[in-house]
Write a protein that binds this ligand. Structure first.
Ligand code: ACO
Length: 430
């Protein structure tokens, strides 16, 4: 049988036939516009709320096969990167497309290290928040505020200007995050230590007390590197879509990144790790798990940390996180919450409700347990997601700006509201 990379559509309203090209397993949405009832008709559109079956872009950054549980950055499997790379090495890969050689990596680390300080006025901005402000809200606001310090960032079509803002954002994200934490704890801010690695310095800014020099624990530093690598990018998720959508207006990257971070904050996205810990604490004991699962199945609430729009198999990141949890516990002591999580996973994965819907643990199911063992409050968990995801957002943002297929993101709608009607003066309204 001869095969052709086309789709033939018959419009039964008119009897007309159309042949649309198929490219990369897709048809162009705009190709449907020619399908009209008559010359006055606007043309056929696609109705796809929540983008469940719409590719919004071509991308060269991250590959996911949700059915097989595969995740690759620039072609490299996530487990190989997590095992063998430092976080900044993976950040370089995601942004530049290739792994850095030793000299490129040293230069890149140096460039990031040189941008870790923030303007003192950002500290004052943070001081203005209420004592119990959620650190993720503080982070979102302070990322947006950075645009006021770097007005030249508006020149988003200049590659050199872009590169500088990318370095600044990646370097300052941990500083802003750590300052948001210190503020929430009422602790004095700790300035970056340029002798330390990206994650070592982050631990320093979070946990240094009065010692003259903070020495990060090598196991915790390494665990954080792995966690950051796992969270660095995940193709067109909600936060990245926000980055691209907002960035498509050519706004500066600080404003777009703040929008992406805001999307990440939601409990259905990066806020889920915070909810997982609350769930595990609510369950409290393994004996309470079956009753909790029954309530999930009855539709009372969702099991946070389970399910994924793309993965219909075990999230490969959750498997890696599960492995590093044991290493972290050798330093921090066992976190009893892990026992509840493991039992919850075991019971859920045997249950018809979860099996038939292909609901497996996602990246957020175990990450919170590690963060808690490291001494972080649950409110910091989405912040811990946002720091490494900044790299993914920025790589996707550059891809957007350099893609000639892209334009300002502006979906269509199906209007189902009132037809035209005349204004009713106040006195005549019921
Ligand atoms: N607990 C119970 N049931 C669930 C869950 C869950 N966590 N997730 C999905 N389902 C059920 C739905 O009720 C639905 O059942 P139905 O067919 O009987 O109506 C079915 O599975 C399909 O669910 P959808 O909502 O259509 O799946 P979608 O792809 O839109 O949602 C999402 C994906 C939002 C991640 C969802 O699985 C969820 O809410 N999970 C909990 C929150 C979470 O962990 N988010 C983190 C995701 S990972 C990340 O963002 C980093």
């Amino acid at each position: 049988m001869p095969t052709q990379e086309t789709l033939t559509i018959t419009d039964n309203r008119t009897g007309r036939q159309y042949e649309l090209p198929i490219e990369h397993g897709t048809i162009r949405g705009m190709a449907l516009r020619q399908i009209k009832l008559d010359a006055d008709d606007f043309g056929l559109m696609v109705y796809d709320p929540a983008f469940k079956n719409t590719a919004s872009t071509k991308s060269y950054i991250t590959y996911i096969d949700g059915d097989k549980g595969i995740l690759e950055y620039r072609g490299y499997p996530i487990d190989q990167l997590a095992e063998q790379c430092e976080y900044l090495e993976v950040a370089y890969l995601i942004l530049n497309g290739e792994l850095p050689n030793a000299e490129q990596l040293a230069n890149w680390q140096d460039e990031i290290t040189n941008h870790t300080l923030i303007h003192e006025n950002i500290k004052r901005l943070m001081d203005g928040f209420r004592y119990d402000a959620h650190p993720m809200s503080v982070l979102i606001s302070s990322i947006a505020a950075l645009s006021t310090f770097y007005p030249e960032a508006k020149d988003v079509h200049d590659p050199e200007v872009r590169d500088l803002q990318i370095r600044r954002l990646i370097a300052k994200a941990p500083t802003l995050a750590a300052f948001a934490y210190r503020f929430s704890m009422g602790l004095p801010y700790t300035y970056p230590d340029n002798d330390l690695t990206y994650t070592g310095n982050f631990l320093n800014m979070m946990f240094k007390m009065v010692e003259p020099k903070y020495e990060p624990d090598p196991i915790l530093r390494r665990a954080l590197d792995v966690l950051f690598i796992l969270h660095a990018d995940h193709e067109q998720n909600c936060g990245t879509n926000a980055m691209r959508s907002v960035g498509s207006s050519s706004v500066d990257p600080y404003s777009a990144t703040a929008a992406a971070a805001a999307a990440l904050y939601g409990p259905l996205h990066g806020g889920a790790n915070e909810q997982v810990l609350r769930t595990l604490n609510t369950i409290g004991h393994v004996k309470n798990i079956p009753a909790y699962i029954e309530r999930v199945k009855a539709g009372e609430f969702r099991l946070m940390g389970f399910g994924h729009r793309v993965y219909k198999n075990y999230d490969p990141r959750a498997q890696i996180i599960k492995r590093i949890a044991d290493q972290v516990f050798t330093v921090t002591g066992h976190n009893p919450i892990l026992d509840i999580a493991l039992e919850l996973e075991r019971i859920a994965l045997q249950d018809e409700y979860f099996i038939s819907r292909k609901l497996y643990p996602n990246v957020d199911f175990y990450s919170g347990i590690i963060y808690q063992a490291m001494g972080l409050p649950t409110s910091m968990f989405p912040v811990m997601f946002a720091i490494p995801r900044t790299v993914g957002w920025l790589a996707q943002w550059v891809e957007l700006l350099t893609d000639s297929d892209q334009a300002i993101a502006r979906p269509r709608q199906i209007y189902l509201g009132h037809g035209r009607r005349d204004f009713v003066p106040m006195a005549e309204r019921s």
